[in-house]
Design a protein around this ligand. Structure first.
Ligand SMILES: [Ca+2]
Length: 181
């Protein structure tokens, strides 16, 4: 009888552990453990129009008054946003720090057979044209990753890595170039 009780208890413990592992895996898959929990609102001029930018629980939206002009894809988790003239052409760009599953998103190069399913951090730069964002540059998975960032008055990006290293980046011919190394 005692042996049976032990077996039963062990069975329940195994069942509990498996259920917990499944729930944790599902939460991870949905991006619940990503650092995308901050919420903030900012006013910025995009394409010459004043807009309201809102970040809430990993979703980012641009509004003109009460009208929503754009919202980030549901599959993306937005960690933070910046507006600055990153390419120094006189127009303000929208820069998003995002997480997505799979390094390449839907537009993977033909030589990559399988998109990976891990979450990776990316930096997306958009021009603002006709009340909508036009992608200017979408980074591949960031290495090193960004823990904190800030726009500098000269259009450079200051990026702090998770290891605490302070780095400076500016827009080059095609993409961001590190300027402090
Ligand atoms: Ca610009």
């Amino acid at each position: 009888m005692e042996r049976l009780t032990h077996r039963l208890l062990l069975g329940w413990a195994l069942y509990g552990a498996l259920t917990l592992a499944t729930v944790l895996l599902l939460l991870w898959y949905r991006g619940v453990f990503l650092p995308c929990r901050s919420s903030r609102t900012a006013q910025a001029e995009l394409g010459g129009r004043p807009c309201t930018l809102t970040l809430e629980n990993g979703a980012f939206a641009v509004q003109d008054g009460k009208t929503e002009l754009w919202r980030s894809e549901a599959a993306l988790r937005v960690q933070d946003f910046l507006t600055l003239d990153i390419d120094r052409d006189g127009e303000t760009e929208l820069v998003l720090l995002v997480w997505r599953r799979g390094n390449y998103g839907p537009s993977k190069p033909f030589w990559v057979r399988r998109n990976d399913t891990n979450w990776s951090q990316h930096l997306f730069i958009y021009n603002w044209q006709n009340n909508a964002p036009a992608p200017q540059w979408m980074s591949s998975a960031l290495r090193p990753q960004v823990k904190a960032w800030a726009a500098q008055p000269d259009g450079q990006l200051q990026i702090t890595t998770p290891q605490g290293e302070e780095t400076q980046w500016r827009w080059g011919q095609w993409g961001l170039v590190r300027t402090d190394a």
